[in-house]
Write a new protein. Structure first.
Length: 207
């Protein structure tokens, strides 16, 4: 309690609660932007031709969390503008819950990356047997041929020749890079969002 009072006194010396409200709104704005970014990344992943490899659970979770963050951040901004204690109480409760959920989800994503090569191999084999046109489009887009090499489930079988594509590298490394890039983007946006939200909660206690 004493620490909170000291923090409040320090903010008063900076310019009082008006400055605090501006900072609080700015933090909610940062969280809202990060939430929009999560929605964009999740949506683009679902619409991408590579969604079969990465699965839909991560993009869908990203869209849901991003949407909730944007909505709750807007409530926080409105509560600061209107100076409504009721709205701020609702916002604080919802945000505390959301921060806990986000931390659990982000830690699971960060600490438990699954064996992407094993999963990608199974998906590639399924497409090779049932949907070769999709593999052909992926090979053209990633400029690769076959899964691990041009002789490993390539479409067409001689796609490494210049007559067809002329690509000499397999597709597993580009696919792994794409997945890791999207995963890193979600983690960076998620932790930025949580950091802004925690600071907003601490500052909000003084409003």
């Amino acid at each position: 309690m004493a620490a909170t009072s000291t923090f409040g006194e320090y903010l008063d010396r900076l310019g009082g609660t008006s400055v605090l409200r501006v900072i609080h709104m700015a933090l909610n704005g940062i969280a809202a932007v990060a939430g929009i970014f999560l929605v964009v990344v999740g949506t683009s992943s679902l619409l991408s031709m590579f969604k079969t490899f990465g699965g839909t659970s991560l993009p869908v979770s990203s869209i849901i969390l991003g949407t909730l963050v944007v909505l709750i951040s807007l409530v926080g901004i409105v509560s600061s503008v209107k100076r409504s204690q009721y709205m701020f109480g609702t916002y604080s409760g919802l945000l505390t819950l959301l921060v806990l959920v986000q931390l659990v989800v982000l830690l699971v994503i960060w600490l438990r990356p699954y064996d992407v090569e094993g999963r990608f191999s199974d998906v590639w084999e399924g497409l090779y047997k049932n949907d070769p046109d999709s593999l052909r489009a992926i090979e053209k887009d990633l400029k690769c041929c076959g899964f691990k090499s041009p002789v490993d489930m390539a479409v067409p079988d001689n796609c490494a020749t210049k007559k067809h594509y002329g690509f000499s590298d397999g597709c597993v490394d580009p696919l792994r890079f794409q997945w890791r890039h999207r995963r890193s983007a979600i983690l960076w946006a998620g932790f930025t969002m949580v950091g802004a939200q925690i600071i907003a909660l601490v500052m909000g206690a003084e409003l």
